[in-house]
Ligand binder design. Structure first.
Ligand code: ADP
Ligand code: ADP
Ligand code: ZN
Length: 210
């Protein structure tokens, strides 16, 4: 099985692009952030442990994340690989991943720090189907109705605020960005300019995956 990694700072557009390329790749999106938020909502031991790190904008410990992924990869829909969104985020996570699945492409969505805060602070998602929107850059077509499922329920994340974003960005620069070199050395790293229209980025990702 061969998997894809979507890599980039918080708010780069990983989730947005994952939803758009899911049909073309045929691979399910595996977002460690979504899995952690589900664990927090369910009040599991993992959720309780992870919440304090997430609220502070810090990375959740590697062993927690690696255990989640080892479980998820056993699911029947993961047989042909998955599209990782927000994983791996540290070298130990990448090392653990290399032992459980082959990674064919790392798609790095590059967005300058000064854009990140405005992206994160305007983000909202559909409460029913999880489609991702933005107050200014990517609003719903019909005010108050999800484009995909017509739901009128929307959510904003507790950690999508200006203070937490700064910690999340420093965690990215200190702990996650060194992974770029790790993957460049392995010849599977594709850098995509993420500071453009959503459609243009999707086109570039799909050609990098060919
Ligand atoms: P990530 O999964 O990397 O954290 P998201 O896909 O959730 O990022 O996107 C963060 C926010 O930025 C969302 O509100 C989304 O609608 C918006 N967004 C995504 N891609 C773009 C883009 N190319 N230009 C402007 N806004 C974008
Ligand atoms: P974003 O792409 O906007 O940063 P995510 O939904 O990917 O948001 O992650 C939200 C939070 O969940 C992170 O700030 C971090 O606390 C935690 N998290 C998600 N994925 C990982 C991971 N692979 N390693 C460690 N912590 C993670
Ligand atoms: Zn919806």
């Amino acid at each position: 099985m061969e998997s894809i990694v979507l890599f980039g700072p918080p708010g780069a557009g990983k989730g947005t692009q994952a939803q758009r390329i899911m049909d073309s790749t045929g691979l399910p999106q595996v977002s460690t952030g979504d899995m952690l938020r589900a664990a927090v909502a369910a009040g599991t031991t993992t959720g309780i442990e992870a919440k304090k790190f997430m609220d502070a904008g810090k990375l959740v410990p590697d062993e927690v994340i690696i255990a989640l992924i080892c479980d998820r990869i056993q699911d029947p829909d993961a047989t042909n690989g998955v599209m990782f969104d927000g994983f791996p985020r540290t070298i130990p996570q990448a090392e653990a991943l290399s032992k459980i699945t082959e990674v064919s492409h790392v798609i790095a969505i590059d967005v300058p720090d000064e854009r990140i805060v405005e992206r994160i602070c305007g983000r909202y998602t559909c409460g029913n189907c999880s489609s991702v929107y933005h107050d200014t850059f990517n609003p719903t077509t019909k005010d108050g109705f999800c484009d995909n499922c017509d739901s009128t329920e929307f959510k904003r994340r507790a950690d999508d605020n200006a203070d937490t974003v700064l910690s999340r960005l420093s965690a990215y620069h200190e702990q996650t960005s060194p992974l770029a070199k790790w993957y460049i050395e392995r010849g599977i790293f594709h850098q995509i300019d993420g500071d453009r229209a959503i459609d243009e980025i999707t086109t570039d990702i799909l050609s990098a995956l060919k």
